[in-house]
Design a protein around this ligand. Structure first.
Ligand SMILES: Nc1ncnc2c1ncn2[C@@H]1O[C@H](COP(=O)(O)OP(=O)(O)OP(=O)(O)O)[C@@H](O)[C@H]1O
Length: 461
């Protein structure tokens, strides 16, 4: 891509994000090069790279690709001659998913194991910085076990789970740990996409022997986002052979995927069954406690960079409640908050939070349904769903029913008549009475207050 083209694209960005944002965040970017799908920009500070990557990366990628460039990733590098600045919020720039493996060299002859291993793992992704909670404790324990580097007990280890739940973080943590404990081990981490890239390149250059030798000489192979090779027949085949060769030599393999191997569409059965041979563990969606723990952890990291910034009580709890999509979004929200607060020199309170994160909060607003509430309440009180909706007037059904009506009023935008209709065609005055009754009981009956709170939490998690 030429500088002129970047100049034209900047004008589009100006229109899209407005003059203020443009002047602050886009204008200082200097386009350096576009190579192997990575567009490199020079930025004055880590902080700025971090911010742009979080807030405008998608837009920039979209504009670049719409303009006919093939760009998968942006890389923001601090200009070597930048003036010294106060330490930024985080040490390394990319907050959009960091791509830890360096772009492949132009000359395939240089693709030695050493060159692959010299690729930077993300220094933030260690076990120390990984917060463990119920949803990820099994995956964490398995990762820990593999990172000890003892005899191979399960092979492969497959970590799977939704977007941004910590799969890459755990893989890097394993790699760091192995490299520290066993510096002699050849540990190779790469994305499935990189695997394919190298394979295709080796084919093109007629260097398949080198390729095979390279991949068969590792002691620990980690392939991230393996779903990427689904439907790519020759890459799958090569992956299958590499996999078998390493397992035969008792070398550890660690794989990540966005879903269980059996559910990856267009992945060959033989590859699926190989992946299922070892230990397959999933990272569950985060719960409230885990999100809060991650936020607290992050704030602690930030506090050394921003000793003067205060965060008001309740803000982290609010974020943990409201942003339940994925950890990347949660971290992004916090980084943005710190950025804004430091720019305007204000405490991070609820008002600033609501202002600064309006878009994120809107996007992550989860719609809780009446049916979901009815189901959760019936499970909680151990009664049948039909008893919540049906006509029975026994206290053991009527009270849970009122709790469910109260939660519907609080957590959904349904009107009283609508709620009544979904509770077996009851009148809106019955719903109103139920809601009022629970409001009163919450003040006098500790058990009801606790029940309502527990249910609300589990519905909002
Ligand atoms: N339990 C956790 N403790 C601390 N940080 C976490 C945790 N889980 C996720 N993160 C952070 O969330 C971000 C996203 O995590 P990561 O890139 O590992 O997700 P992923 O599961 O690989 O996502 P993808 O599906 O996009 O590949 C990273 O910055 C990571 O450090």
């Amino acid at each position: 891509m030429t500088q002129e083209k970047w100049g034209l694209l900047r004008n589009k960005l100006l229109k899209a994000i407005g003059r203020n944002n443009y002047t602050t965040w886009i204008e200082p970017l200097e386009f350096k090069e576009l190579q192997d799908g990575v567009a490199v920009f020079s930025v004055p500070t880590n902080f700025m790279g971090n911010y742009v990557s979080q807030n405008f990366a998608d837009l920039i990628l979209y504009e670049l690709n719409t303009a006919g460039e093939t760009v998968q990733r942006l890389d923001f590098r601090v200009a070597a001659n930048s003036p010294a600045r106060p330490k930024p919020a985080v040490d390394t720039p990319p907050v959009a998913k960091p791509e830890p493996v360096a772009a492949p060299s132009e000359d395939p002859a240089q693709d030695t194991l050493e060159s692959l291993q010299a690729a930077p793992l993300d220094s933030r992704f260690t076990f120390d910085s990984f917060v463990v909670g119920k949803p990820n404790e099994l995956a964490h324990a398995a990762a820990r076990r593999v990172s000890e580097g003892g005899p191979v007990t399960f092979n492969p280890l497959v970590l799977y789970g939704g977007v941004g739940l910590g799969k890459t973080h755990l893989m890097h943590a394993i790699a760091w740990e192995l490299k520290t404990k066993h510096p002699g081990l050849n540990v190779l981490y790469l994305s499935a996409e990189q695997f394919m890239y190298r394979f295709v390149q080796a084919l093109r250059e007629r260097r398949m022997m080198d390729f095979k030798h390279l991949f068969r000489s590792v002691d620990v192979l980690m392939v991230d986002d393996v779903q990427f090779i689904a439907g790519k027949d020759s890459t799958q085949e090569e992956f299958f052979h590499t996999f078998n060769a390493l397992v035969d030599q008792n070398k550890q393999i660690i794989i990540s995927a966005d879903r269980a191997p059996g559910e990856i569409k267009d992945l060959e059965d033989r590859v699926k069954s190989r992946l299922q041979c070892g230990l397959v563990v999933d990272l569950h969606p985060t719960d409230y406690e885990l999100r809060l723990g991650i936020l607290q952890n992050k704030v602690q990291q930030y506090s050394s960079s921003y000793p003067d910034l205060a965060i008001a009580d309740g803000v982290l709890e609010f974020l943990a409640h409201r942003i339940s999509t994925n950890v990347r979004v949660l971290e992004g929200a916090l980084t943005r908050l710190f950025a804004f607060a430091s720019l305007v020199g204000r405490e991070i309170d609820m008002e600033l939070t609501q202002d600064c994160l309006a878009d994120v909060l809107r996007a992550s607003e989860r719609k809780i349904t009446v049916e979901e509430i009815q189901r959760k309440v019936s499970e909680y009180y151990n009664i049948r769903l039909s008893d919540i909706i049906g006509p029975k007037r026994l206290r053991s059904y009527a009270r849970p029913r009122q709790v469910a009506m109260y939660l519907c009023k609080q957590l959904t935008s349904r009107s009283l008549p609508e709620i009544g209709r979904r509770f077996g065609g009851r009148d809106h005055t019955t719903v109103m009475h139920g809601v009022k009754r629970i409001e009163e009981l919450k003040l006098t009956d500790g058990q009801i207050a606790e029940d309502v709170e527990m249910l609300r939490r589990s519905l909002e998690a």
